[in-house]
Design a protein around this ligand. Sequence first.
Ligand SMILES: [Fe+2]
Ligand SMILES: [Fe+2]
Length: 157
Amino acid sequence: MKFTIPTPLQQEHEALHDALRLATQAGGDVGDAARHLAEVMHPHFVKEDEIALPPLGLLGALSRGEFNAEMTDVLALTDRLEAELPAMLAEHKVIVAALQRLQAAAELAGRSDVVAFTKELVQHARTEEDVMYPAAVLVGRHVRLLSAQGAGQRESA
Ligand SMILES: [Fe+2]
Ligand SMILES: [Fe+2]
C-alpha cells in the first residue's frame, strides 16, 4: 500500500525548500550559511518524506475507525522512524545551529525575508518534534494493535 503525505505538510516542505533555494543564491555570508544549511537539511528532509510524514496519511482513516490489512505495510515505515528518531532529533539540533548562523548573517545583510524563513524553519522543526513525529509513531502503534486484535479475532472464531 502506498502512503501519501497529507497535502498541507507536503506543501510546507516544498515552500521551505523554495525559500532555502532562494537564500542559497545570495552572495556573501548569507549564501555561505544557506548552502551549509542546505547540506545538512537535504538528507533530513528526504528521510522525513520517506518515513516520518507518509504514515500521517492514515490519520484520517484510522480516526474514523477504518482499518484494513494493507495498512500494516505502514509498520515498515514507522518501525524505521522509531529506530531513527534519536538520530532525527539530533539532526534537528544541527539544523537549528546552521539556522542560527544563517539568521545572524541575514540580519546583518538586511535580508528580512531570509530571517523570516529561519524562524519558520525553527517552528517547523518544533512542530515535527511535538506533533508530527509522535503522531506518526502512534499511527504505527495503533495499526499494530488493530492488526493483533484482528489476528486474535480470527483465532477465536
Ligand atoms: Fe521537515
Ligand atoms: Fe525535520
